[in-house]
Design a protein around this ligand. Structure first.
Ligand code: NAD
Ligand code: ZN
Length: 357
């Protein structure tokens, strides 16, 4: 038995207003006049948060476009621009949801690794540490703040740069930053965390490490999405910790059916991660009966909208593409259904599931 020896985030600060400590946190990491570069979710352009970014010397803010999930071409162009402008930088700070944080991780790695980020999509292909990197979530749920991956859409596949060099050196968990998230978006991203918990806790890879974190994250999700009648600061505080714990849970296990199926949607139709997972979770009674029923109660309680009929009118070829992408996620299926998963999840069965979405 070979146990996973995984790399974690270096430093964590948590609390309302923790963002105000950023200047102090960055100071010892500054190397001469090499700037800190802030990759900020474009939602914050013109918002008060921008004035609180502690700029010094040649520091630069780049508002990143997260309309689409991060692409390898976008990562490469950001890294190229920074190398041309500055040679090197002191650090990259990602401020935003999972997309902006993933961009920051990937750009940090590409500052010190040759070629294209597409060359590193896979497991342990990154050979050099990136530049110092910080993650500051403004949406809670993906667990991207703690994970050892950065999910990128490349020319041939949608796959992360999974490596020991990928986790952030520092994360700043300040729940105040999530307060303006629109209710539906907050729910989709929050459900990413809920689904991480269900897939981890119901999976065959489960051990006490991932169970401890998964159970806590699940309890927090239930509190904010089922017990509370009104969203408030306490919900933001709790959901941020749920995201962290959910991410820690899958670090030592794996996700499952909802993610494997949702990857196919995302590859073919560009469906975003959070909403894609929700679209699939709505139809997983057979695999996660209790989790699916509870998910539906959460949707109903908050009055959220989950799209339906998104696969209507697709061609056989398009279904095949989604099925190929999905069945390619072997560890997810093995975690969900066990070693004999290929006998259970046949192409026909998966096609029938896609047709329901
Ligand atoms: P997101 O980062 O894609 O952002 C969704 C929308 O919310 C965007 O329009 C953004 O501008 C907006 N937004 C962000 N913060 C806001 C705020 N405080 N107020 C108002 N609007 C705000 O959403 P997400 O669900 O956090 O992240 C999804 C991405 O994360 C996908 O690209 C997915 O692949 C990735 N992901 C990565 C990991 C990982 O481990 N690296 C895990 C899960 C998902
Ligand atoms: Zn996820």
């Amino acid at each position: 038995m070979q146990f996973r020896n995984f790399k974690m985030v270096g430093y964590v600060v948590y609390g309302r207003g923790a963002f105000n400590q950023l200047d102090e946190i960055l100071a010892p990491q500054r190397k001469g006049d090499a700037p800190m570069v802030f990759l900020v979710d474009h939602f914050f352009e013109g918002k008060p948060l921008v004035n609180r970014i502690p700029l010094r010397g040649k520091d630069k803010i780049i508002f990143v476009d997260v309309t689409y999930e991060p692409k390898t071409t976008y990562v490469d162009s950001l890294a190229k621009e920074l190398k041309e402008s500055f040679g090197t930088v002191s650090g990259i700070i990602g401020i935003g949801g999972g997309s902006a944080m993933d961009l920051a991780k990937a750009v940090s790695l590409m500052m010190n690794n040759p070629g294209s980020s597409a060359d590193y999509q896979g497991w342990d292909l990154v050979k050099q540490a990136g530049v110092y990197k910080v993650g500051i979530p403004t949406l809670s749920g993906t667990g991207a703040e703690v994970s050892r991956t950065t999910v990128l859409t490349g020319p041939n596949r949608k796959l992360g740069m999974n490596s020991d060099f990928t986790p952030f050196d520092q994360i700043v968990l300040d729940p105040e930053l999530t307060k303006d998230a629109p209710a539906n978006q907050r729910f989709y991203t929050g459900m990413d965390c809920y689904i991480h918990c269900i897939e981890s806790l119901e999976g065959t890879y489960l051990n006490e490490f991932s169970k401890s974190y998964g159970e806590k994250a699940l309890e927090l999700c239930r509190y904010v999405f089922l017990e509370k009648d009104q969203w408030d600061e306490e919900c933001d505080d709790k959901l941020m910790m749920a995201s962290y714990a959910g991410g820690m849970s899958i670090a030592y296990s794996q996700v499952g059916v909802a993610h494997a199926v949702s990857y196919g949607l995302s590859f073919l139709l560009g469906t975003k991660h959070g909403i894609g997972n929700c679209i699939v979770m709505n139809h997983l009674e057979e695999y996660y009966p209790a989790g699916t029923a509870e998910f539906k109660r959460m949707v109903e309680k908050g009055g959220y909208t989950i799209p339906t009929g998104i696969c209507a009118g697709l061609t056989d070829e398009q279904f095949d593409t989604m099925i190929n992408v999905s069945l390619g996620m072997k560890p997810l299926w093995e975690n969900a259904l066990g070693k004999d998963w290929e006998k259970i999840m046949t192409r026909e069965k998966l096609r029938a599931l896609y047709e329901k979405l």
